[in-house]
Design a binder for this molecule. Sequence first.
Ligand code: G6P
Length: 610
Amino acid sequence: MCGIVGAIAHRPVAPILLEGLKRLEYRGYDSAGLAVIGPEGPIGRLRTLGKVSKLSEAVDSHPLPGTLGIAHTRWATHGEPSTANAHPHMARERCAIVHNGIIENHEPLRREQLEQGHRFTSQTDTEVIVHAIYDELDAGHDLTEAVRRTVGRLEGAYALGVIDRQTPDRMLAARQGSPLVIGVGFQEHFIASDVFALLPVTNRFIFLEEGDIAELGREQLTIWDAQGEIVERPVRTSTVAADSTERGRFRHFMQKEIFEQPRAITDTLEGRLSADGVLPEAFGVDAEAVFAETRAVTIVACGTSFHAGLVARYWIEALVGIPCNVEVASEYRYRQQVVPPSSLFVTISQSGETADTLAALRIAKESGYATTLAICNVPESSLVRESDLVLLTRAGPEIGVASTKAFTTQLVALLLLTLTLARLHRTAPGDDSASVALLRSLPAQLERVLALDETVAVLAERFVEKHHCLFLGRGEAYPIAMEGALKLKEISYIHAEAYPAGELKHGPLALIDEDMPVVVVAPNNALLEKLKSNLEEVRARGGELYVFADDQVPFQEDPDVTIIRVPETDDLIDPLVFTIPLQLLAYHVAVLKGTDVDQPRNLAKSVTVE
Ligand code: G6P
């Protein structure tokens, strides 16, 4: 899940490459590098361990002049984070490449190249690509042909940027299984892993398709498809503002994104509701007929998006009355599929590029699902392009590695799906005006919950010294507890696990003591009394309880029980409301611990490798 940027221009490219890398750091940040072809002399390359800021410092001390270059920020897969393993990789000072993805047949290629006398300087799977390109160039092929021949031998996933010292008027790009966009400027062209990297220099983009190879000059651009035919790909104008990827007055992107949730939800609802229901066009014209015939739903996703799917299961089964199965994509893809008749296959993904989710979609398309629907935040992503139906979440760019606004907008999208399915499955025409009113009230309700920020910041002090934490919930509150635990562990590195509260006595109760805070998600719903009994089990064993509860719930505070009051809402939107204080809790604990909130260790935002 590395980030790549490249530029061919009439102006110096190093500042463009560095700015692009900073914007791609969410994809990985254990090392970074760039290679620039100057007016004369060898290819200039700099690589540093750690974040892009280190690379910027290195470039300040050793400027790299030149108008053609490629750059990379890495999330290690093959080979530890080190300067030697950082990209760009080079062959005999002649050509340099940056790569995102995994080359599965790198071992046989490496053996072959070692026998031919190539010297390897890294442990990466990537290095075989640059040696292969070098061999093709050395055999007399031009750069485009050399790249074409090389990618023909690669198995696995790649997005590539390639430069050659002897071809200073061209940059090559290729894509298979990993995302890559071309930025179109005035007498300049760029490549990057996503549009955000290039927003400071252009808002015009071409999205490469699987198997495409592109030859970029300053003025000209040629793209070949997987069959080797020259193709015209549409140039799309992005409406995302360059400053939407900036932190503004907030200390961290995650904090900004938590506070953006009311706006993100307003945008996600826009144009999708009438006064008495979800508009039929929300899912596209073909969707209604398919949904009316849907007899079962399968939802597949990863990470936070998986948690959104788990909440939706409760909604779909309760309100639509059809079975809904939810599974993590990395398991689903390697399991024997049993497809219930007339099933809808739903993927949920912020990025739309998560490798396991994409693979699951591709399997589902071949295994007999009636229709595939993607709930996704990135309009041009692979998942969106490969699905029959799409509902975009419109959260805007999410930069913090820990997902926040993407999650709550996914929940909104899943509510729209549930209400649509419910309308189509009713025998009599229904009136959803009450649900519409609730959805429309959500942004204002979330503003009220965000006002808990200071309270939660104070509460966070009680978690800083802890090493473990348990999260409990029942019903829809259970996946919300899972999401709360995930947020805490991701950014504060406190070990946190979520359990359905009823499962406590089957094991986790053994862990309860004064060092194990127990966070409870306690909306005022039909399961509240059951939940209270579970909390008594914790209290009786000296556990420390932190209960997030509705205004109306008659809980008693005592030295071992802290109640955090959440504004009362309706059951239907409780999962969204209760998510917010848990995000704030994780955020403030991480800030107090001094961890890297937006780029926690070992993680990356967009997981485009298996
Ligand atoms: C990574 C991110 C998570 C995200 C998950 C799935 O693990 O750090 O925040 O939930 O990938 O990503 P997706 O883009 O498919 O929602």
